[in-house]
Design a protein around this ligand. Structure first.
Ligand SMILES: Cc1ncc(COP(=O)(O)O)c(C=O)c1O
Length: 403
């Protein structure tokens, strides 16, 4: 199990676990020693249909044998069909494809600024985001990410970004004026520890942005694609932004990002304004189409509601049994966080879960255990994982703080 990881030449920018994964099957990952791990993380909210799902595998293999790349100077069927499908399901008019979440954020920032420019509102430059937000690691997305830890040493970051307190309507009211091109918000903050937005905050954001001429961008990169129990997070909240960004689960693990835009804002980006070599390549698009087809054939939303409740109840029970260690769980659907009280560390539990119980989850932001399993996790697998987690937490909740 604890075989040395191959890849001595990989840049050491990740704190990798001492486990080398060779394959996945459903909701399990398997390492070089044949040890099976129950996956409560899904590549951090990526593999919604689990690993090696036959529908995805088949779509990828067929597309790879047909057309892998032809440049965005041509139309191709997978990207065109996927854009049409996303538009039909979201009610948005236009779709831009890229390769990752951070690129979707960059596209949204550029769209917002260029739209204001084209409208002759050259004072409208600022992108407002929330405290605790995470929008990506490229420099523009990083500037919109309100976490000094990620900024340190990378300054100077691009200008024209400001932050407002998450879930504070009065602060948002003060932050949105006629210099603001867009307000970007995660309907459920992921990296800062699974923190849902108040519906009233998102409703106020919609009203203020409309009144004051700023675009409202929902970053659904982590919380979208069914994780909250509806295909899009904005549908869960019943609030329609102007722009939605997607990535992670869209193609169930193949690299893709997307920006959905209303027609009213789509003119912001015109030929030559923005682009990417690989964005919306045929193979990831084929995988995303297979993902959407699976959703048509299975009521994944009802399943997420059911399994999400099993997980939430189990985490609540754990918090109730160890109230000095855990606060009650947060989150929506199958995007859940269990806050860990100091001096206990979420990472201690996550590391122990991996090595002692072969359960994969991780520590997010504010000392929180993050649980974002494949959406196809069965009730039995959910209960199995909760039992493993209970054992780990009981074993490591010692008076010395779990150290
Ligand atoms: C909400 C959110 N936005 C943006 C990103 C960046 O996505 P990527 O890592 O694909 O660039 C992430 C990644 O965790 C995310 O959770």
């Amino acid at each position: 199990m604890r075989t040395a990881t191959p890849g001595a030449h990989l840049l050491a920018n990740y704190a990798r676990a001492p486990v080398t994964i060779v394959r996945g099957e459903g909701c399990e990952l398997i390492d070089t020693e044949g040890t099976r791990y129950l996956d409560f993380l899904a590549g951090i909210a990526v593999c919604a249909l689990g690993h090696a799902h036959p529908a995805i595998t088949e779509a990828v293999a067929t597309q790879a044998a047909t057309l892998v790349h032809c440049s965005n100077i041509f139309n191709h069927e997978p990207a065109g069909t996927l854009a049409d499908q996303l538009a039909a399901r979201s009610g948005f008019d236009r779709v831009f494809f890229c390769n990752s979440g951070t690129e979707a954020t960059e596209a949204a920032i550029k769209l917002a600024r260029k739209l204001a420019f084209r409208k002759g509102e050259s004072q409208r430059r600022t992108i407002v985001s929330c405290t605790g937000s995470f929008h990506g690691r490229t420099l523009g997305a990083l500037a919109a990410t309100a976490n000094a830890k990620y900024h340190e040493g990378f300054e100077p970051l691009p200008g024209g970004f400001s932050f407002t307190a998450f879930n504070d309507v009065a602060a948002l009211d003060a932050a949105i004026d006629d210099t603001v091109a867009a307000f970007i918000v995660e309907p459920v903050q992921g990296e800062s520890g699974v923190k849902p937005a108040d519906p009233a905050f998102l409703a106020a954001a919609r009203r203020l942005c409309s009144e004051r001429g700023a675009l409202l961008i929902f970053d659904e990169i982590q919380c979208g694609m069914g994780r909250l129990g509806s295909l899009f997070a904005f549908q869960h909240f019943g609030i329609r932004p102007d722009v939605v960004t997607l990535a992670k689960a869209l193609a169930n693990g193949l690299p893709i990002g997307a920006m959905l835009v209303d027609e009213s804002a789509a003119s912001g980006l015109q030929p030559g304004d923005h682009g990417t070599t690989f964005g919306g390549s045929p193979v990831p698009c084929a995988a995303a189409l297979a993902h959407l087809r699976f959703r048509d054939e299975h009521d994944l939303d009802a399943h997420v509601a059911e399994v999400g409740e099993v997980l939430r109840a189990g985490l609540g029970k754990l918090a109730g049994q160890l109230p000095n260690v855990f606060a009650p769980p947060r989150g929506i659907g199958m995007m859940l966080g269990l806050p860990v009280r100091e001096p206990f560390k979420a990472k201690t539990f996550a590391d122990a879960a991996l090595l002692e119980e072969h359960l994969i989850l991780n520590a997010a932001g504010d000392n929180t255990l993050r649980i974002v399993p494949p959406l196809v996790l069965s009730v039995g697998e959910a209960q199995d994982g909760l039992e493993r987690l209970h054992r780990i937490c009981a074993a490591h909740s010692t008076p010395n703080g779990g150290k």
